[in-house]
Ligand binder design. Structure first.
Ligand SMILES: [Zn+2]
Length: 154
């Protein structure tokens, strides 16, 4: 049993992961919606245009394809051929993702990534998302404290 993804599957993965509204993303949205959550999509005014946005909570969820965003799982491995071509691309994507997270944090937003491979265990991923959405986030507190401090000064 080899761990390598066939070229056909690889190209399907690559075709699906670099666009919005992927199957994975729709699945996540459906799960959240059925759990009673309401959200906005792809807010372009936020760093990285997060896929799923909870404005009042100041939280965002990115649904990432494992290959394109360089996940550490088996689907995130570089192809054996044309490594020189893929490695810098994936590296750049990872750096951009980190920058987006830092940017969101700096304005009091919290974000998590849902990886495509995690959708193989829907219950686990749903509880991860609910945990994230229900916890009183650091960013939220920071933001409100800052607002409060500002109000008190005025
Ligand atoms: Zn993965």
């Amino acid at each position: 049993m080899t761990d390598r993804v066939s070229p056909k599957i690889r190209s399907a993965i690559m075709a699906s992961v670099n666009s919005k509204n992927t199957g994975a993303e729709l699945k996540v949205r459906d799960m959240l919606h059925r759990s009673g959550y309401r959200y906005r999509l792809h807010r372009h005014d936020l760093a990285g245009s997060p896929d799923i946005v909870f404005s009042r909570k100041r939280k965002a969820i990115f649904v990432h394809g494992c290959f394109w965003h360089g996940h550490g799982c088996r689907w995130g491995q570089l192809p054996k051929s044309r490594v020189d071509y893929w490695a810098p691309k994936i590296e750049a994507n990872k750096r951009r993702d980190e920058r987006n997270f830092a940017d969101l944090r700096s304005i009091g937003w919290d974000a998590i990534v849902v990886w495509q491979c995690e959708l193989r265990e829907p219950e686990a991923i749903l509880s991860k998302m609910v945990g994230f959405l229900e916890k009183d986030s650091f960013g939220e507190k920071q933001f409100h404290n800052r607002q409060q401090a500002r109000n008190e000064k005025e």
